[in-house]
Design a protein around this ligand. Structure first.
Ligand SMILES: [Zn+2]
Length: 128
């Protein structure tokens, strides 16, 4: 049986962008950047899977008759800690203390917002 691209996914580098997004460079040189809110929305833990994510506050204001939707930054969109889980995953501790989600490399690769093109970033040389 052939492993899928996601099952083979392993990060060569894990870090943060200047904006505070999570950045993973994979061993196949693909680069993924994950905004924290995006990762929290896709938290794979049992309690989040049912509700499809944390509370996201949408505020509607009327200004000149046009509805304006603002997304408020919630404490839960901050990351306090990133902990490795074995050699296959990482776990985030969020600002609200939530830490139930284990993000396997396979999951992260499948969540990659830039999968399927659109990434115009140059692949980085592997770090040794
Ligand atoms: Zn969760």
């Amino acid at each position: 049986m052939e492993l899928s691209e996601f099952e083979r996914a392993e990060p060569a580098h894990l870090g943060w962008t200047d904006r505070g997004d999570v950045r993973i460079v994979w061993k196949d040189a693909h680069e993924s950047v994950y905004p924290l809110a995006y990762l929290r929305e896709h938290c794979p833990c049992a309690s989040c899977r049912g509700t499809h994510g944390p509370p996201t506050t949408l505020v509607r204001q009327s200004r000149g008759g046009l509805p304006i939707v603002q997304r408020q930054r919630e404490p839960s969109m901050e990351v306090k800690a990133v902990v490795p889980v074995g050699n296959y995953a990482i776990r985030f501790t969020w600002g609200d203390g939530h830490d139930g989600g284990i993000y396997s490399w396979r999951l992260l690769r499948s969540l990659c917002p830039t999968a399927g093109g659109g990434a115009d970033l140059l692949p980085l040389a592997p770090e040794n």
